[in-house]
Every structure is written in C-alpha cells, then in structure tokens.
Ligand binder design. Structure first.
Ligand SMILES: NC(=O)c1ccc[n+]([C@@H]2O[C@H](COP(=O)([O-])OP(=O)(O)OC[C@H]3O[C@@H](n4cnc5c(N)ncnc54)[C@H](OP(=O)(O)O)[C@@H]3O)[C@@H](O)[C@H]2O)c1
Length: 385
C-alpha cells in the first residue's frame, strides 16, 4: 500500500441512518448522513436564488464559496486579475462569470452592474475596501467583508467579543498599517459605505483543502508519518481554527438569511478546542505508531524558538488571547462544524492529490522540519536527564 495515500474508513450511509433514527436525531440531520458527512445539520434551502459577486474567488476561500453557492442555486461572478487558476473545483469555474480588473485602480468591470451581495475575500489594502464598497453601495444589497481576528492584535485579553473595538492605528505608527489594523480600517470603510447592510466576518485560522499556507497541514502530515511527535504546550492549551468549508458555507447562508453585523468566527467545536483534542483527533484518522512527546515548558520552547505550531500558539504575552476569541455570536447565527476527523482526513487527501504541486510537498514551509523536531526532542530529553 502506498503509505501516503491511504484508504480511510468510510461509514456507510445506511448503517448511520438507522443509528441516527434510533437516537431520535431530527429528520433534517438524517438527510445529511451521506458517506462521512456525519451529524452536520442540513440547512433549509434558500428562499431565493441570489446573484453573488466574489472579489477574488480563485485561491483558498473562493472555490469553496463557488461550490456551495452553485449547489444552493445561486449565480456567481468573480473579479480577479486573471492570474491565479483555481486548484480546487476547477471544473466548476465554467459556470461562473469571470470579470477581470485590478483592485489597485481598475474596477471598471464592476461598473453599471448589480448583484444581491458581494463577498470581499481579496481585501489586502484599506483603499481597496474603500473603493469597491464605495462603488458597489448603490447597486448591491449586502457587502460581506472577510476580515480576521487579527483585528484584536495584540491579543492581551481572553474571550474577546464583537463588543471590543479594534485598534485603528498602529502603536508605534507605521508607514503601511499592520495586517490587523488594515483589516480593522477596511471593516470601517465597508461599514461607512453599507451601514446596516454590511456583514463583517472575522475568522481565526482557516484550514482544510486548498490551504495556501503549510501551517495546519503540518499536523495531519506529521502525525500520519508516525514516530516521536513533538507536541508543544499543555494538553489543555487552547487552539482555534475552522474548516474552510464550515466558514464559507456559513458565509453564504448569512447572506441568504440577510444576517448582518460583525461576527468573530472560530472552531473546531461550538466551544473551545485544545491542542490535546487536536492531535488525538488527527491521530484517530491515521495508522502509524505515534509516541507523543509533550513539551510543556514554555521557557524551553522559547529557547528553541518554538512560539507557535499553528493552530497552537503559546498563550502568553501578545498572544495570550489569540486562540481564545469568543465566537458564540457566530454559533448563535448558524455557524456549524464538521467533525475534526473530516478536516484532518480531507486535508491529508488534498495534500497528496494533484491539487498540491509536488515541489510544495517536497519542500513544505512547515513549522518544524523532521531534523529539527528530532534535535529538539533530544535536547528536551537530555535536559530532563
Ligand atoms: N488563511 C487564514 O487563516 C485567514 C484567516 C483570517 C482571515 N483570512 C483572510 O481570508 C481571505 C483569504 O482569501 P483567499 O485568498 O482565500 O480568497 P480567494 O477569493 O480564494 O482568492 C483571492 C483572489 O484574489 C485575486 N486578487 C489578488 N489581488 C488582486 C487584485 N489586486 N485585484 C483583483 N484580484 C486580486 C487573486 O486572483 P488573481 O491573482 O488572478 O488576481 C486571488 O486568487 C483574505 O482576506 C485573508 O486576509 C485568512
């Protein structure tokens, strides 16, 4: 068997349906029990078909939004420079209208057009948000801006809610705003143009198939390899991340339901996740022997320059509350979570698929290389005698 492409356990729809009915699970949930999509409530169909515009659409979030929007019967236009080719669901993109331009000064393709809602994924400058929101305010009903929990940096408190006003300036000042300030100022531009019609979603780490970073893939790939696995922190250290499909599907439903306002968004569960749950959860979909090497000495980790193996971030100093943002409001507004096993398994399957370039797999930007991990473990064990 090719060890990098495993056949993972799939639960048959028939047996789980029987089980679900036996447990008195709502009928709408039973419909969702297809293959391995277990226990995710099936949403009601949308009341109307929408015309959606995605600023972006072709990298990580976009293809998942496109898939779900088409599945829900909506029509989709995307606006990009036409440089990036989607690697996830590329076959769906001939059902999508492609508008070409540049957020940096060329929005002509968006003029004299109307949509029900715009999703702004590609916002990386305050002026971009100002210009597109200003242009579209009279021809589009809702503007969903993809922000980030980065607006709360530095994360000095735990459990921040949407009530906390993000900083709108860097301290000390900078020529270009930092990522968090840029997102906060962009949110404000969208709110200025769209008022009560604005939707602001602030995700924490987004993970799953199509991830453009190698942060989260590290964990399933590493644990699937087996052997001595370094795990930083205490079992109960908080982690927050969300499957890109949970996030993007919920965004579309927010628009369908005309739910507006500001939402922090996280996962992997309706309440706080931990690093222990993360690694044991991933372990459950792999088969190699694993020996966990827990290193809970933060001073040692700092000396080894290990302050984050995302989604674990050392919960100290400016990162104290990074993975303890409050996302209860999003859950109350319909954010749902697929099982961690699905995220882990699908990330592995994607990582070893043609959607990931072999060069990326050969030289991933992982937080720890195998050599470094082994050396750190040796020093840790040496230090403890
Ligand atoms: N990853 C995380 O953990 C995380 C966490 C919190 C928030 N976020 C936010 O989530 C969003 C992720 O978006 P995504 O990249 O996945 O979105 P996407 O909609 O899948 O793709 C964005 C597309 O925008 C296009 N683009 C880039 N610059 C452009 C420009 N100047 N003019 C027009 N189009 C342009 C690119 O296509 P072309 O190259 O063809 O133009 C790119 O493929 C970002 O806003 C990020 O800040 C991410």
């Amino acid at each position: 068997m090719n060890k990098t492409r495993r056949d993972f356990l799939r639960v048959s729809a028939g047996s789980t349906t029987t089980l679900a009915l036996g447990l008195g699970v709502p009928a709408s949930w039973v419909k969702a029990v297809q293959g391995r999509e277990l226990w995710v409530p099936e949403p009601d169909p949308p009341s109307r078909a929408l015309r959606l515009l995605i600023l972006g659409g072709t990298s990580f979030l976009g293809p998942h939004q496109v898939r779900y929007a088409l599945e829900r019967g909506h029509s989709v236009s995307i606006f990009t420079r036409g440089r990036t080719r989607p690697r996830i669901y590329p076959e769906l993109f001939d059902q999508v209208e492609h508008l070409t331009g540049d957020r940096d000064g060329d929005l002509d393709a968006l003029r004299d057009r109307a949509w029900d809602a715009v999703i702004d994924n590609s916002g990386q400058r305050v002026e971009w948000a100002r210009d597109s929101a200003g242009l579209l305010a009279s021809s589009v009903e809702h503007y969903l801006y993809v922000s980030s929990t980065g607006v709360f940096y530095p994360y000095l408190t735990v459990g921040v809610t949407e009530e906390l006003q993000p900083r709108l300036a860097d301290d000390p000042p900078r020529d270009e705003p930092s990522y968090g300030v840029m997102k906060a100022l962009s949110e404000r531009e969208v709110q200025r143009a769209f008022g009560e019609r604005a939707i602001i979603v602030r995700p924490n780490y987004i993970v799953g198939p199509g991830d453009t970073t190698d942060r989260f893939p590290y964990w399933p790939v590493r644990i699937a390899r087996g052997g001595q696995v370094l795990v930083p922190g205490d079992h109960l250290d908080p982690v927050q991340f969300m499957d890109v499909r949970d996030l993007t599907e919920w965004m579309i439903r927010l628009i369908e339901e005309r739910q507006t306002g500001v939402f922090n968004a996280g996962g992997p569960f309706p309440s706080q996740g931990t690093i222990g749950e993360l690694v044991y959860g991933i372990r459950a979909v792999t088969t190699e022997d694993v020996e966990w090497v827990w290193i809970d000495d933060y001073d040692f980790l700092r000396e080894e320059r290990i302050s984050a193996i995302v989604p674990w971030v050392m919960p100290r100093g400016n990162s104290l509350g990074h993975t303890r943002v409050n996302y209860e409001k999003a859950v109350a507004h319909g954010l749902t979570f697929r099982p961690l096993a699905d995220t882990a398994r699908d990330t592995l399957e994607w990582w070893y698929s043609d959607a990931v370039a072999p060069e990326r797999r050969a030289s991933p930007g992982f937080a720890l290389s195998a050599d470094r991990e082994a050396a750190v473990i040796a020093r840790w064990r040496g230090a403890r005698g």
